[in-house]
Design a protein around this ligand. Structure first.
Ligand code: AHR
Length: 493
C-alpha cells in the first residue's frame, strides 16, 4: 500500500499542452502510407490524407506536430515539395532506407494535415546542408501575409493566407546527423541562422535550438552560454532501449521480465537528464524563459523481423504504455522548464500512436495512454507527496509507482498513475487535502501478458477499461492498480 497526498489547493506550474506533442518524419511508412496516401488512393482520404488516421489524431487532441525530421530535415530542401506533383523531384531518402522520396508531401500537404487534426505545426529547418537564404525564404513562404516574392509564390501554389507557423527548429541533431558539429561552432551558426527566421506578425516565432544528445551537458552549457539569449527553446533527445545499451536495443515483443525492468529503469533516467540539463539552463536563464523541448523521445527497439531496418517499424506493447505514462508524468512534474515534447513518432515508426497496413489501422497501447492523459493538457500541476514502495529485480531497485496530479480549468482533478511492477498490484490511498464530497471515476490500461499488443487481427487486446473498486470516504480515495498498469482517476468535487 502507498499513501499519496494530493494538495488540491497548491497549484504549481501549468502543464503546457505541447508536452503532448508528436513527431512525423519522412522515414519509413510514417508520412507516406501512414498519413499520406494521395488523392487517387482507394483508401478513404481528405486531400490525400487518410481519414481513419485524421479521425484518430483529432480524438487525441495533438497540440503540436514536428516535421519533416529528424535527420531528414537537414537534407530537406523545401522548394522540392511545392508546386505541381509532376514537377517535384524524385530522389533518394539517403538517410532512411535508401528508398524513393517523391516529395508529394510538402509544405502545403503538411499544413493541411495540421489543419485537419487541429495541431500547430513545428517546422524543423535545414542547417546541415541548407543555406541561411533557403531557411529565410521558407519562413517567408509560410508566414508572410504581405507582398514579397515568397508570398506570391505561395499564392501561385494555391494558398493566399499565410500559415503563421509558431514553432521553428533551427537544425536537428547538429551534433550528429545534422552536421557532426561541435557546440561552439553550432552555437554561432544557430545565432546566424536564427537571425533570419523573421517575424511577419506581432507574434514572434518560437525558435528552438538544437540541444544535447542525452547526457551531453557540455553541449547545453555552451549553447546556453553562447546563444541562450537568442532562443526560446533548447531541445533534448533521449530514447529508451530495451537493454539500456544503444548498440543492442532488444526486441519490441517476446521480452523477459528482466527486460521489462531494464526498460523502465532506462525510462526513469529521463528525470536525471531533465534535472541536470535544467540546472545548467537555470544558471544562464534563472527566469526560465527558455523552454526545454524534448522533441524526440520514446522507445527504440529492433525492427520487426522481415521489415526494412531503415524504416524503424516496431510493435508497441503494454511496456510502451508504461514508458509513455512514466515519461508524461515526469514532464508534468518538471513543467516549469519542460514546455514541449514530441514523441517519436506518430505513425508506423518507433513508439507510434498508430500502425497501418494497407487500408487497416490499429491504435497502440501508447495511443491509449496519450488519450487517457490528455486531460492534463494546460491543467495546473498539483503538489503531490508520496514515498513509493520499491520494485526490485533482485539486484537493483526502482520506484514501483509513478504518479502525477493536476487540476483543469473546470476544477476537475486528474491523477495519472503507473504501476511499474510486472507482478505485484499496488493499493493507493489518495488523501485529497482541501476537498470533500467528490465524485470519482477511473480508467485503467493493462493486460495479462507484458508484451500484449494490438494487432490488425486483434486490435482491442490492450484497451482502456473502467477502473473498478474505487472506494471513497470523505476526502480519502482508495484504489488498486493491477500489476503492469497505467490508470487515470478523475475527481469531480
Ligand atoms: O526518430 C528517428 C531519428 O532519431 C531522427 O531522425 C533523429 O533525429 C534521431 O536520431
Amino acid at each position: 500500500m502507498v499513501k499519496v497526498v494530493v494538495h488540491s489547493d497548491v497549484r504549481k506550474s501549468q502543464i503546457n499542452k505541447n508536452i503532448y506533442g508528436q513527431f512525423s518524419e519522412h522515414l519509413g511508412r510514417c508520412v507516406y502510407e501512414g498519413i499520406w496516401v494521395g488523392h487517387d488512393s482507394p483508401i478513404p482520404n481528405t486531400d490525400g490524407i487518410r481519414n481513419d488516421v485524421i479521425g484518430a489524431l483529432k480524438e487525441l487532441q495533438v497540440p503540436v506536430l514536428r516535421w519533416p525530421g529528424g535527420c531528414f530535415a537537414d537534407e530537406y530542401h523545401w522548394q522540392d515539395g511545392i508546386g505541381p506533383y509532376e514537377n517535384r523531384p524524385r530522389m533518394l531518402n539517403t538517410h532512411w532506407g535508401g528508398v524513393e522520396e517523391n516529395n508529394h508531401i510538402g509544405t502545403h500537404e503538411f499544413m493541411r494535415l495540421c489543419e485537419l487534426i487541429g495541431a500547430e505545426p513545428y517546422i524543423c529547418g535545414n542547417v546541415g546542408s541548407g543555406t541561411v537564404y533557403e531557411m529565410q525564404q521558407w519562413v517567408e513562404y509560410m508566414n508572410n501575409g504581405g507582398q514579397s516574392p515568397m508570398a506570391s509564390l505561395r499564392a501561385q501554389n494555391g494558398r493566399e493566407e499565410p500559415w503563421n507557423v509558431k514553432y521553428f527548429g533551427v537544425g536537428n541533431e547538429s551534433w550528429g546527423c545534422g552536421g557532426n558539429m561541435r557546440p561552439e561552432y553550432y552555437a554561432d551558426l544557430y545565432r546566424r541562422y536564427a537571425t533570419y527566421v523573421r517575424n511577419y506578425t506581432s507574434e514572434s516565432v518560437y525558435k528552438i535550438a538544437c540541444g544535447p544528445n542525452t547526457a551531453d551537458y557540455h553541449w547545453t552549457e555552451v549553447l546556453m552560454r553562447e546563444a541562450g539569449k537568442f532562443m526560446n527553446g533548447l531541445s533534448l533527445h533521449y530514447y529508451t532501449t530495451g537493454t539500456g545499451i544503444w548498440e543492442k536495443k532488444g526486441s519490441a515483443t517476446g521480452f523477459t521480465a528482466e527486460d521489462w525492468f531494464t526498460t523502465l529503469k532506462a525510462t526513469l533516467y529521463m528525470e536525471e537528464l531533465i534535472v541536470k540539463h535544467s540546472a545548467i539552463m537555470d544558471k544562464y536563464d534563472p527566469e526560465k524563459k527558455v523552454g526545454l523541448i524534448i522533441d524526440e523521445w520514446g522507445t527504440w527497439f529492433e525492427v520487426e523481423p522481415g521489415t526494412n531496418p531503415g524504416f524503424l517499424y516496431q510493435q508497441n506493447t503494454l511496456r510502451d504504455a508504461l514508458v509513455a505514462g512514466i515519461n508524461l508524468n515526469l514532464f508534468h512534474e518538471h513543467s516549469d522548464r519542460v514546455q514541449m515534447s514530441n514523441i517519436a513518432q506518430i505513425v508506423n515508426v518507433l513508439q507510434a500512436m498508430i500502425l497501418t497496413e494497407g487500408a487497416n489501422m490499429v491504435l497502440t497501447p501508447t495511443y491509449h495512454v496519450f488519450n487517457m492523459f490528455k486531460v492534463h493538457q494546460d491543467a495546473h500541476l498539483l503538489q503531490t507527496h508520496y514515498v513509493s514502495p520499491s520494485y526490485s529485480n533482485g539486484t537493483d531497485e526502482i520506484p514501483q509507482l509513478s504518479i502525477s496530479s493536476s487540476v483543469d480549468a473546470n476544477g476537475h482533478i486528474h491523477v495519472s498513475a503507473c504501476n511499474l511492477s510486472h507482478q505485484d498490484s499496488l493499493t493507493v490511498d489518495l488523501d485529497l487535502v482541501g476537498l470533500s464530497g467528490a465524485e470519482i471515476s477511473g480508467q485503467v490500461l493493462t493486460a495479462s501478458e507484458l508484451d500484449a499488443h494490438n494487432s490488425f487481427g486483434n486490435p482491442e487486446q490492450v484497451a482502456p477499461k473502467a477502473l473498478e473498486g474505487i472506494t471513497v470516504e470523505q476526502n480519502a480515495v482508495r484504489f488498486s492498480l493491477p500489476a503492469a498498469s497505467v490508470a487515470v482517476i478523475k475527481i469531480v468535487s
